[in-house]
Design a protein. Structure first.
Length: 150
């Protein structure tokens, strides 16, 4: 049942993604990124924090929510510092030329970058050979962006 639900979620997310410019994993017509989590909080608080729709900013066609005005200011002054790698898609999946949704519990910051993965099991595979998996994802990412731009 979980597999079916995840597959349906993946299809739903991919069909509703905004692909203008850089490829960003968003959901719904509102183009909310990172499932509404505050991208800055991963770095400053060391944990995921839900953002508020009342404290938001648009970047590259996606809407980001923030837990505070301070986080919003930090993000808008240097968005690339806080954005998840590979548009917020599953980092391990990108290394296999695919776009998959993420489970926020898989978050990690390595080399001052935010990585997300599909599931804890996927994150374990990603981390088993981190440098090689990042290199694979970086190899496939430009092609995925190009294939999925509208």
């Amino acid at each position: 049942m979980k597999t079916i639900a995840r597959t349906l979620l993946a299809l739903m997310l991919l069909s509703s993604s905004a692909f203008a410019g850089d490829l960003v994993n968003v959901a719904g017509a509102s183009h909310i990124a990172i499932n509404g989590y505050d991208p800055v909080a991963f770095f400053t608080d060391g944990k995921p924090a839900h953002g508020s729709p009342f404290i938001s900013a648009m970047h590259r066609g996606a809407t980001y929510f923030f837990a505070s005005e301070e986080h919003k200011k930090m993000f808008t002054s240097n968005p690339d510092r806080y954005l998840p790698q590979f548009g917020g898609f599953c980092a391990y999946g990108v290394g296999y030329d695919g776009l998959y949704p993420v489970d926020i519990s898989t978050w990690q910051i390595r080399n001052d970058k935010l990585y997300l993965n599909f599931s804890p099991e996927t994150a374990k595979k990603f981390n088993s050979n981190f440098d090689a998996n990042v290199a694979k994802a970086e190899k496939y990412w430009p092609g995925l962006v190009q294939k999925n731009e509208k």
